[in-house]
Ligand binder design. Structure first.
Ligand SMILES: Nc1nc2c(ncn2[C@@H]2O[C@H](COP(=O)(O)OP(=O)(O)O)[C@@H](O)[C@H]2O)c(=O)[nH]1
Ligand SMILES: [Mg+2]
Length: 244
């Protein structure tokens, strides 16, 4: 369905969301000509959660369309970049995969900073991993700078294929309660079957893209992309300042 990673319509939430955005803020035709000079930021996504809940599998399914049933633990942190064309504009997700082990926690915390999206992953077949999501979120938000915006937060139940409909429904109730408490958007996915994986990342990308686009359009100036940072040259002064 999403072969070319193209988004034309604003992707909707699965069920519970604290984010009441249902459409792009600006009409595509008017604001996104093919050769628009927009230099959008790279969207930094971090994937957090206990060991073995399915974080790396989520990333591999989205980026490479593969699933491996053998477990290989992630060492420290790793990231992948993925391009998605949104309304014809190339947009980049930089997706950080972390190891869910205590001993890598301080390494991982360095990468939490400036995240635009946090995905808190738990295993739908292991309810204990749901309870830990609030700790992962606390750790991630702890290292935020004062000027950093609050990231979009997703609570992601993984391995949906392992549950019968009946058990899924009871886990979903618990997960929805947790999502409300954490002020996070809830998704359930399966890296094995691919269910909801693209939709989840597309939704995250679109929310972040829309914010960036609005910001770029309100800044009537020239932007310069350096590495993964967007440098913005103000119109009214020659001062160059870092947007994030
Ligand atoms: N059945 C099933 N198994 C999964 C799924 N996602 C991950 N797994 C398995 O769960 C184990 C841990 O997955 P992994 O992605 O490495 O977890 P991580 O430690 O959170 O990165 C591996 O054996 C995966 O094959 C899924 O959607 N369905
Ligand atoms: Mg891993």
């Amino acid at each position: 369905m999403f072969e070319n990673k193209e988004i034309e319509k604003f992707p909707q939430a699965l069920n519970f969301t604290p984010y009441d955005k249902f459409a792009f803020s600006v009409a595509a035709g008017e604001t996104c000509p093919q050769n628009s000079g927009f230099n959008l930021k790279v969207c930094k996504v971090i994937i957090l959660g206990d060991l073995c809940v399915g974080k790396t599998s989520l990333l591999n399914r989205f980026c490479y369309k593969v699933f491996d049933s053998n477990y290989r633990s992630t060492i420290g942190v790793d990231f992948q970049s993925e391009q998605i064309n949104i309304l014809g504009i190339p947009y980049y997700l930089q997706i950080w995969d972390t190891a869910g082990q205590e001993r890598f926690k301080c390494i991982a915390q360095c990468y939490y900073r400036k995240a635009h999206v946090i995905m808190l992953v738990f295993d739908l077949s292991s309810i204990r991993t749901l309870a830990n999501c609030k700790n992962w979120l606390r750790d991630a938000l702890e290292v935020r700078g004062e000027s950093d915006n609050r990231p979009y937060i997703f609570l992601v139940g993984a391995k949906k294929d392992l549950l019968s409909n009946e058990s899924y429904n009871s886990v979903e109730d618990l997960a929805l309660n947790t999502a409300k408490k954490l002020n996070a958007e809830f998704w359930s996915v399966s890296a094995k079957t691919g269910e909801n994986i693209d939709s989840l990342f597309f939704r995250a990308a679109a929310l972040s893209f829309d914010d960036d686009l609005c910001m770029c359009m309100s800044e009537d100036n020239g932007n310069i992309q350096i590495g993964s940072d967007l440098i913005c040259r103000g119109n009214k002064s020659d001062i160059i300042y870092l947007l994030w």
